[in-house]
Design a binder for this molecule. Sequence first.
Ligand code: ZN
Length: 196
Amino acid sequence: MSSPVSVEDAKAAVRTLLEYIGEDPSREGLRETPDRVIRSFAEIYGGYNRDPTSVFKTFRDGSERVDEMVVQRNIPFFSNCEHHMLPFFGVAHIAYVPDEEIIGLSKFARLVEVFARRLQVQERITTQIADSLMQHLKPKGAACVIEASHLCMVQRGVKKHLSDTTTSALRGVFLEGPTRSEFLRFIQQMPRRPVF
Ligand code: ZN
């Protein structure tokens, strides 16, 4: 991770937090914890080092006849809320109606990770996914719906167990009634989101 803060300073900060909550950072079970926490950040916050542009390797060939909606449902993701640094997680549903270019289906999951592996709010991931599809693929329309559970609600605060938050971003033809209805019908079909 490229950072102005050294790894040693970051580990020291974790030790400080451990002491703050009343722990003894020198006890055996915690001795390696700062190191593990900082190493886990490389993955959990790896989105800062990834450019969404790199995901958009498009295929112009073969797209001539593709003008139907492409939908991928139930893409699992994990992120961390920027207000509490606690996880939120769930599934993303992504769709677009191609114009000239199409994208490999495996790229949807990578696109979600670029934006999810940062400190985030659910609304922003949703709009970033839809807007980056519009920007890079120039489709007739793009849509993203995210359903997620937030530990900052479940584990603390209002404690609404199992409550879900749904956000959506619709662009282009998805703002029109028939395309929007078709997309919503697709993503409401069974099976529903996996249980974590
Ligand atoms: Zn939160």
